[in-house]
Design a protein around this ligand. Structure first.
Ligand SMILES: [Zn+2]
Length: 271
């Protein structure tokens, strides 16, 4: 690769590092009037009413969305009075349709009402009302995977994302760990493949030491609770929260990008 290629690679690596550092910090929320968390705009998550932008589950591109409409689904038992004096039952979740400005297709999102920093179903202590997505159809985040990623890894990752969107964080974590194990087995050195048998993070660290992976990605893998061994084993102490599974999903997506998509894009740019 020539000098121009090196500088392109350098610039792209910088972007990946900046993106991973930003993601490592997690979702930095704003604060409402009562100091409660308000979800921040995140370009990596699919749309909901609190953030109607992000990755389109249909076309996989970063996009803006228009809400076509919302209908109530579950009712919490209380009523709200409209301006005309009519009493209508108060919904604690609803389904909304989000039209992608890029591909012209819509995504259905089941959204939960939050009041302040807790879901409305857990009580109404006051604070800003936000609607936050909990289920998406079609399931998000696997439409944009490049063909350069081995198909078995794409399948594993897509299954993990389906589990995540169905609120199954433990199942998602198992598939994400399998995806990471697969990356090291497909693309790591013999030493890295040996290391991954002990622990996923040490497999990634070995790849970083051999310059097959950015050191920031390996460090990120150690920071997020990637303590479990590869594959599925039942360990009641080793529970996974939805936030941990989402972190693991972001890391896995960046690993797939760095190891497969980035080199493929550079090869295409040169041919
Ligand atoms: Zn779209």
């Amino acid at each position: 690769m020539g000098r121009a290629g090196d500088s392109v690679l350098g610039a792209l690596r910088y972007i990946v590092i900046m993106a991973s550092q930003r993601l490592m910090g997690g979702k930095q929320g704003e604060r409402g009037k009562r100091g409660e968390d308000i979800p921040a705009s995140n370009p990596d998550t699919p749309p909901d009413s609190s953030d109607p932008s992000g990755v389109c589950p249909r076309c996989g591109r970063a996009s803006n969305f228009k809400v076509l409409g919302s209908l109530p689904v579950s009712f919490g038992g209380s009523y709200i009075q409209t301006r005309d004096g009519e009493m209508i039952p108060d919904a604690i979740d609803r389904v909304s349709s989000f039209l992608c400005m890029g591909c012209g297709q819509a995504t259905a999102v089941v959204e939960e009402e939050w009041i302040g920093d807790q879901p409305a179903r857990e009580g109404r202590r006051g604070g800003a009302i936000t609607w936050r997505g909990i289920h998406w159809w079609p399931p998000p985040s696997s439409a944009d995977l490049d063909e350069a990623i081995p198909s078995a890894l794409r399948d594993n990752y897509a299954e993990a994302m389906r589990a995540l969107s169905a609120r199954a964080p433990r199942a998602a974590a198992v598939m994400l760990r399998r995806t990471i194990e697969g990356i090291v087995k497909e693309s790591g050195s013999e030493q890295a493949r040996r290391a991954v048998k002990t622990n996923l993070a040490s497999g990634l660290r070995t790849m970083a030491n051999e310059h097959a992976l950015d050191a920031n990605l390996a460090k990120w893998a150690e920071e997020i609770r990637l303590t479990g061994n590869a594959g599925a084993h039942f360990d009641p102490m080793d529970d996974v929260s939805p936030a941990e599974a989402e972190d693991l999903a972001r890391l896995t997506r960046q690993l797939l990008h760095y190891v497969y998509e980035l080199p493929a894009k550079l090869r295409r740019a040169h041919s």
